[in-house]
Design a protein around this ligand. Structure first.
Ligand code: ZN
Length: 445
């Protein structure tokens, strides 16, 4: 099938491929679904030419954490809409969490999802299977069978696996399949119905708080279990400064722990819940449920620690935790609203806002979206090496654009960034050499 694809010549862009320590103005030729050549003045008569002067050309982004909602919650998102939104955000590979209906806890359910992806998906999708049956926290799934069926990791995300004995056994079994156990670190005895960060803002607003220590206690425990078992623990959506410290020390001691951070935890703070004026045309009233996310947005000191941890490699990767919801899921009291933000289509903009303000080096940002995630989960992709699959993202690092949720590919319009201007816009996304996204403004200009 790929033989019928027209070759693509991406001309004159700044090619950044951290996997090869490459950062130079270059052409990139895509042919037969693969990267055929990277270098100056490439020629291919029959190729479609994409002029990329002034733009960044990099491996397609890889997201280790998203919620595609299918099967079971198709009003929130489907494989078709979720992968289209991923493509619009520059993602060419995404790993989807198992908290669907049914839960991804058996090989047949996983295989059925894989068939839906083959029929409807526009980017590569790797499922993450549950750690325990029905994510109930008690009985382990058949890891070997799920690994065979394509699971790239195991997680009860949405909930924390709190039982230390079950977690220990999960880690021991994970060694047999060579896949990570991904933890949503939240001690429910401490986060207990909390809906935002526990601190002065929650006290002022009269909302129940979910303190950083509820995350840190689980991170500390899981590091101890990873050390004892020699297994790989991956900490999902790290949000607190204390967790960053724990992970930094564990890595220094050689414990196999990796971690991710989301674009929103890197850029937004808990005071947004009290209301915020972004600009004359974009604002959040107090108690806006679009700010409600799990783990919650934290204060500035935590955000600064997360950025520092990402810069120094303590936090390995950026993952979106794209969590689309319906309007009804969010149009209610703050206490009752669903947790989660629709992130795919704003991720790069949020990250580039950190690059633009010199808080995060551009090459490190791209590494945390490409070779970093590929490496820690052992996935193909994340490089523009000759012969690699032609998964490529092109973006304009300077272009400012306004977030308009009415134009989202995602069914989830739940983002506090609606109406906000962000820098850095994806212009083209290719999966296996096939164009899966091209920005509308690019077509017009
Ligand atoms: Zn989670």
């Amino acid at each position: 099938m790929s033989k019928a694809l027209r070759p693509v010549l991406i001309r004159g862009g700044r090619v950044i491929d951290p996997a090869q320590s490459l950062d130079q103005v270059s052409d990139v030729l895509l042919h037969d679904g693969l990267v055929a050549a990277v270098g100056p003045n490439l020629n291919a008569d029959e190729a479609e030419v994409v002029e990329a002067a002034g733009q960044i050309v990099c491996p397609g982004f890889i997201d280790l954490h998203c919620h595609l909602r299918e099967p079971g919650y198709e009003a929130k998102e489907t494989i078709a809409t979720g992968t289209a939104a991923a493509a619009a955000g520059g993602f060419t590979t995404v790993c989807c969490m198992p908290n669907t209906l049914p839960v991804l806890d058996t090989a047949p359910v996983l295989e059925s999802l894989t068939r839906t992806v083959a029929a409807q998906g526009v980017v590569r999708v790797h499922p993450i299977a549950a750690i325990t049956r029905d994510q109930a926290g008690r009985e382990l799934v058949e890891m070997a069978e799920l690994n065979e069926a394509g699971a790239v990791g195991f997680s009860d995300d949405g909930a924390c696996l709190t039982d230390s004995g079950v977690m220990r056994r999960a880690l021991e079994y994970s060694l047999l399949v060579g896949r990570p156990i991904i933890q949503h670190a939240e001690d429910p005895a401490l986060s207990h119905h909390g809906v935002m960060h526990e601190g002065p803002v929650s006290a002022r607003l009269g909302l129940p708080g979910w303190p950083g220590m509820a995350e840190e206690i689980i991170v500390a425990r899981d590091i101890a279990l990873a050390k004892i078992t020699g297994a790989h623990v991956h900490v999902a959506h790290v949000s607190s400064a204390g967790s960053v410290d724990l992970i930094r020390r564990a890595k220094a001691q050689g414990t196999h722990v990796t971690a991710e951070v989301t674009p929103h935890h890197l850029t937004l703070t808990d005071d947004l819940v009290a209301g915020h004026w972004w600009s004359a045309t974009a604002s959040l009233p107090p108690y806006d449920t679009r700010t409600k996310v799990n783990p919650p947005l934290r204060p500035r000191a935590d955000v600064d620690a997360l950025i520092a941890g990402l810069c120094d490699g303590t936090i390995d990767v950026i993952a979106t935790d794209h969590a689309p919801h319906t309007i009804a899921d969010k149009e209610c009291e703050y206490d009752e609203a669903a947790f989660g933000i629709s992130v795919f289509e704003t991720a790069l903009g949020s990250i580039m806002s950190l690059v633009q303000t010199e808080q995060l080096p551009l090459v490190r940002a791209i590494e945390a979206l490409t070779s970093g995630p590929a490496q820690i989960f052992g996935l193909d992709g994340g490089s523009l090496a000759v012969g690699a699959a032609a998964d490529v993202t092109i973006f304009d690092p300077e272009r400012e654009w306004c977030v308009d949720t009415s134009r989202f590919r995602s069914l989830g319009r739940n983002t506090p960034l609606d109406g906000v201007f962000l820098p850095g816009q994806v212009t083209h996304t290719f999966v296996g050499g096939k164009p899966v996204y091209q920005s509308a403004t690019e077509v017009v200009s």
